[in-house]
Design a protein around this ligand. Sequence first.
Ligand SMILES: [Mg+2]
Length: 376
Amino acid sequence: MQIKRITAYPVRYPETNDYNNLRHLTLVKIESDDGLTGWGECVAMWPEVARAVKTLIEDGLAPQIIGRDPRDNEALHAALKDYMWWYGDTGMAMFALSAIDMALWDLKGKALGVPLVQLLGGKVHDRLRVCASTHPSKASLDDLAQELAAHAANGYTAVKVGFGKTGEANLGVDPERDIAYVKTVREALGPDVEFIVDLGKKTRWDSNLAIRMMREFERYNVRWIEDPLPHGPASIEGYRRLRATTHTPIAMGEREWTVAGYKRLIEQNIGDIFMVDPGRVEGVTGVRRVIDLLEASNLIFNAHTWSSAINTAASIHLTASTPNYLVLEMKPVRSPMQHELIRQPFEQSGGYLSVPDAPGLGIEVDEAVVQKYLFA
Ligand SMILES: [Mg+2]
């Protein structure tokens, strides 16, 4: 069995879960000489990145592995990293590697006739608890709280909200209003639905404010708080203060790119839950290796997946392969790259999602939809 062709598809789509903002991804299809196809994705986000990644994949990486056996996928991952050392080990290089790696795992699963989770060692869970991962869109606190309560009424037992996003919600800029917001949400959700707060890029807390906010939020039982301080070495001391004075679990890591980067972050001992995206962290291979590190340290893995159904599928298999998870994040509103891209979209039921049993990622990509959203 040999890799015959690798094609990258930059796509642009309106994200209904993010005020219809246009988002960009690079999808990749790998075809074998015996007629199988594997699909992968990277979360390129910006159009110039999606186009650049296509060039890296088709002109740089594809020639390195065409003719090789896709079942040797981890050896190919190593060969690609060896070839691309001069690309660097962040950003576009990791996007290109991640998309190819994910497609190789899909192809290998199809070649062997087993689901990805089995290639990763097997199912720890038959079904996964899911969380409605949202960007809030309303202006008033009551409307914002009702928006989350509606997701809970649809079956979700956990909801997550991004502060500091675009739109009218304006969360993460006024501490008093944020505290009132969390109180209003807790009242609307009742005591049993888990509520997660994620600080986005418009929110700037220093460690004193973060301590105060986390203590306030603890009165309303926030399940975890994500990125309360900026990523990077300058925040390490602040995180140590936070952990010494508060007890809400802290999630972090979505700005890391490599297994080595997560290893360094884990060794700093400043987080409880680590966000890892198969569409940017060395693909499925990289994420599973980060999960190994997390399991060895008794820490929690959280798939950072807010992209296409291809990324969701990879995240489902990875999450199902580890005991160390709390929830899998899903976009609660119907979206083109979730509900059009594959023939049987992922739908939660009663707050759970079952793990696919079909070979590879277990999804069927509709290529007409890929063509429909293609932009370059
Ligand atoms: Mg986040």
